[in-house]
Design a binder for this molecule. Structure first.
Ligand code: UD1
Length: 417
């Protein structure tokens, strides 16, 4: 890509990756056909579809219409193999539903990935609390229960998104009432709770820190529209600000991005709500903004690299604190190849804004780092080549065509090696 263009126009955001993968797993809880709408056309959805097929489901994916239909048989296989789990860590979200449906689940351990160690201890402890046994054998997490799981009180040490989902999906058909305290409150958690309740679950406290789940005998399939992807919407908002552009983002919810949009306003942007989203206009060099990542409703870690890119060309210096994933700063070494002035120490990064970045080849190491590097490339002098585009494909559907429509000078090259 060649930097320097102002991005102007409109984009529509699809359903959230971090919701739809879990909704696909939740479909396992009901025999019959569950239909999901507004599904993004991204690689991770394909991986999850393949995983569900191997468990015995029929899965169709209409990429253009954004519809996934999952037909779940009466009897499911209960093993998620390493070849898929290693490609997508979120595969772990089949653990809870498989245990609930089959009384057993064998899921390959994902191991470390590019943004840190990401333990599973809270997932496992929660399932054990509900009566399951769990062992780690030959690289697989093997969970089983002879009887139905039973409702219990579970307290999470940290409001983990994944652990909340695993325990929730195991508890909806457990015997009795489960109370999960200190749960994650992300919009994606609200989305899965809503879908489970539509399926016949009885979950109270949706959106709060405590979920009370009265176990039911069985769930039924539904049709459900996926919540919009707040991280993709936030990425477009940063794109407008960093390029001093004007982008209207449709199918986006201001209330899901409150702190991030507030930061863009402090940077100098004008953000206005439109009927189904918001518009971000910027006509000056952005001012540097400090950020601290925290569980929702705090600033999302998945927008941290994009904001570091923004700070890299901002007026002033910013302190960025990462509280969720320790290795998420790895990407700043790539950003430094574009001339960014970023120093890290533990979970802090000090970003001193430069007047300009300078185009260079860089490598994306994860989805959001990839997005951050593309944003930086949009304002770097000369040509920037981002390698590892497959990471970006995991989270952003139609990213390059959308950028082109908004006026970016960018082309997608076939990756070699
Ligand atoms: C999800 C999102 C990811 C987002 C993150 C935080 C998906 C597919 N991914 O990841 O994009 O950045 O939420 O908003 O939805 N932890 C433990 N033990 C556990 C579980 C988690 O120590 O049992 C730690 C992790 O190492 C990490 C922190 O808790 O440091 C947050 O993890 P969690 O909220 O579970 O994130 P994910 O569900 O993996």
């Amino acid at each position: 890509m060649v930097g320097g263009s102002r991005l102007v126009g409109e984009v529509r955001v699809t359903g959230a990756k971090n919701s739809v993968l879990k909704l696909m797993a939740a479909a396992l809880l009901a025999e019959g056909t569950t239909t999901l709408l507004d599904v993004p056309d991204i690689l991770d959805v394909e991986i999850m579809a393949e995983l569900l097929r191997r468990l015995g489901c029929e899965v169709t994916h209409d990429q253009v219409g954004g519809v996934v239909a999952i037909t779940v048989p009466a009897i499911l296989d209960h093993r998620a193999d390493y070849d898929l789990v290693r490609r997508m860590r979120a595969s772990i979200c089949v653990l809870g539903p498989l245990l609930a449906r089959c009384g057993a689940a064998e899921v390959a351990l994902p191991g470390g990935d590019n943004i840190g160690s990401r333990g599973l201890d809270m997932h496992v402890d929660g399932l054990i609390k509900l009566g399951a046994r769990a062992v780690n054998e030959h690289g697989y997490l093997i969970a089983s229960t002879e009887k139905r799981l039973r409702g219990e009180s579970v307290y999470l040490d940290f409001p983990s998104v994944g652990a909340t989902e695993t325990i929730l999906m195991a508890a909806v058909t457990a015997d009795g009432t489960t109370v999960i305290d200190n749960v994650a409150r992300e919009p994606e958690i609200v989305d899965i709770c809503r879908m489970l309740n539509e399926m016949g679950a009885r979950i109270a406290g949706v959106g709060s820190s405590t979920l009370t789940i009265e176990g039911v005998e069985e769930l039924h399939p539904v049709t459900h529209r996926t919540v919009p992807d707040r991280i993709v919407a936030g990425t477009w908002a940063v794109a407008a600000v960093i390029t001093q552009g004007d982008i209207t983002i449709h199918n986006a919810k201001v209330e899901h991005l409150q702190i991030a949009l507030e930061k863009l306003v402090i940077a100098g942007a004008v953000v206005t709500e439109v009927e189904d989203g918001f518009r971000v206009v910027m006509d000056q060099r952005p001012k540097a903004v400090d950020i601290v990542t925290l569980p929702y409703p705090g600033f999302p870690t998945d927008l941290q690299p994009q904001f570091i890119a923004l700070n890299a060309i901002a007026d002033g210096a910013a302190l960025v604190t990462e509280n969720l994933f320790e290795a998420r700063f790895r990407f700043v070494q790539e950003l430094a190849r574009l001339g960014a002035d970023v120093r890290t120490d533990g979970h802090h990064a000090l970003v001193r804004g430069r007047l300009a970045l300078s185009g260079a080849p860089v490598e994306a190491t994860d989805i959001r780092a990839g997005a951050g590097l593309v944003l930086a490339g949009l304002v770097a002098d000369g040509t920037t080549t981002v390698y590892g585009v497959s990471h970006i494909d995991r989270g952003y559907s139609g990213f390059v065509p959308d950028l082109v429509r908004l006026g970016a000078q960018i082309t997608r090259l076939e990756e070699v090696g």
